[in-house]
Write a protein that binds this ligand. Structure first.
Ligand SMILES: [Zn+2]
Length: 323
C-alpha cells in the first residue's frame, strides 16, 4: 500500500518546517499594512481583527484564527488562501499574503468577511467603504473551554502520499479536508492547532510532538487510503495496537458520525502501529477518509461537497469525544 509506506518516510526539512511553524505562533506587534500590494491596502492580522471586532486567538506565518461574539474566522495565506467564516468557506477569498510573520489581509476581503459575520461588537467600518449596519454586542464564547485538538493533515511537501485514480494527491486532499474540520470545530468553540496549513514536509515524530507541546486533548491525523486491490473502498479509523481508552472512544465517535453521514462501507476501527500513533502521548486516531485507488471513491472525495460532508462528520465525532 503506497499510503502505508509513505507514512514512514523521513527527511531533513521536517525539523526546520515545524520550527518555523511554531516560531510563527507568537503574536507580532501592529505594523503598517500597505507595503505589499499597491492596489488593495492590506492589514495585518491584528489590525484586521480590530476592524472585524474580533479577537486574535491564534496567528502564525500561514494561518490565523479570530473569534468573538457568535463568530469565528479562519484565514490561510496564498496560494490556497482560503477563508472560513463560521465554518463555511468563503468563495474567491485570495490575496492574503505573509508579511512580518503574520497574515496581511486585503481591505476589500475584510469588508466581505465583516458582511458575513453574525455579530461584530464595536467594529469600526474599514476606511473608504460602504455603510455597515450596526450590530448588537454579545458576550464572546470562550475558546478552548470545550477542548484543544491538534489536526494533522498527512504527508506534505516532497511526500505526496497516495496518488488518486484521478491524478490528485493525498497530501492536497487531506490538507483541504483538515482545514474544513478545523473551521467546523472552531465554530463550535474548540481550539484547533494544525501541524501544517500549507504544502510542507513534516517529520512523523514532530506531528504528535505538537500535541504534547501544546497540551492538546486529542490528536487526529487525516489520511486517504490506497490499495493494490482497486475495488477496496470505505473509511477506516486506526489506533495503535495497545490503544488508550480515550483513543478508542475518539475512534468510535468519529466512526459513528462518518457512518451516519458518509458513503459506505464503514471498515471499522483497526489497529496499526503507525509512527504518528505510537509516538503520541495524547489520545490519537488516524482517519483514512476513503480509497484514492478506487475510481468512484476518488471521484467522490475529489468534490468539494463530499469533502465538506466528510469534514463535518469528522469534526462532529471529535466534538462528541471532547464532550
Ligand atoms: Zn496517508
Amino acid at each position: 500500500m503506497t499510503a502505508m509506506t509513505s507514512k514512514y518516510r523521513f527527511g531533513p526539512l521536517g525539523a526546520l518546517a515545524i520550527a518555523a511553524l511554531l516560531a510563527g505562533c507568537t503574536e507580532p506587534g501592529i505594523t503598517g499594512g500597505n507595503i505589499f500590494a499597491p492596489r488593495a491596502p492590506k492589514l495585518n492580522t491584528r489590525a484586521a481583527a480590530a476592524q472585524l471586532g474580533l479577537t486574535v486567538m491564534h496567528t502564525s506565518r500561514t494561518s490565523a484564527t479570530l473569534r468573538g461574539g457568535y463568530d469565528s474566522v479562519m484565514m490561510y495565506s496564498d496560494p490556497a488562501g482560503e477563508v472560513y467564516v463560521n465554518g463555511r468557506s468563503m468563495p474567491d477569498s485570495g490575496g492574503i499574503q505573509v508579511g512580518d510573520g503574520t497574515l496581511m489581509v486585503p481591505e476589500p476581503l475584510i469588508r466581505r468577511i465583516r458582511a458575513a459575520l453574525k455579530s461584530a461588537p464595536g467594529a469600526a467600518a474599514p476606511s473608504g467603504t460602504e455603510t455597515v449596519k450596526p450590530r448588537q454586542p454579545v458576550t464572546p464564547k470562550p475558546l478552548g473551554r470545550i477542548g484543544r485538538v491538534v489536526l494533522d493533515p498527512g504527508h506534505g511537501g516532497k511526500d505526496p502520499g497516495a496518488t488518486s485514480r484521478l491524478g490528485y494527491y493525498e497530501k492536497d486532499l487531506v490538507l483541504g479536508v483538515a482545514k474544513m474540520v478545523a473551521a467546523e470545530l472552531t465554530a463550535r468553540g474548540v481550539e484547533v492547532i494544525m501541524t501544517r496549513t500549507d504544502d510542507r514536509f513534516i517529520e512523523l515524530e514532530d506531528r504528535p510532538a505538537v500535541a504534547a507541546r501544546t497540551g492538546a486533548d486529542l490528536f487526529v491525523s487525516i489520511h486517504a487510503d490506497a490499495a493494490k486491490n482497486r475495488s477496496a473502498r470505505g473509511f477506516t479509523m486506526y489506533v495503535q495496537r495497545s490503544p488508550s481508552r480515550e483513543s478508542l472512544a475518539l475512534a468510535n465517535a468519529i466512526l459513528r458520525r462518518m457512518s451516519e453521514n458518509c458513503s459506505p462501507p464503514n471498515r471499522g476501527v483497526k489497529n496499526a502501529n503507525f509512527r504518528v500513533l505510537v509516538c503520541s502521548r495524547t489520545p490519537a486516531v488516524l482517519v483514512e477518509l476513503g480509497f484514492l485507488s478506487n475510481r468512484a471513491e476518488a471521484a467522490r472525495l475529489g468534490t468539494a461537497a463530499y469533502q465538506r460532508t466528510v469534514a463535518r462528520a469528522v469534526a462532529l465525532g471529535i466534538y462528541d469525544a471532547l464532550r
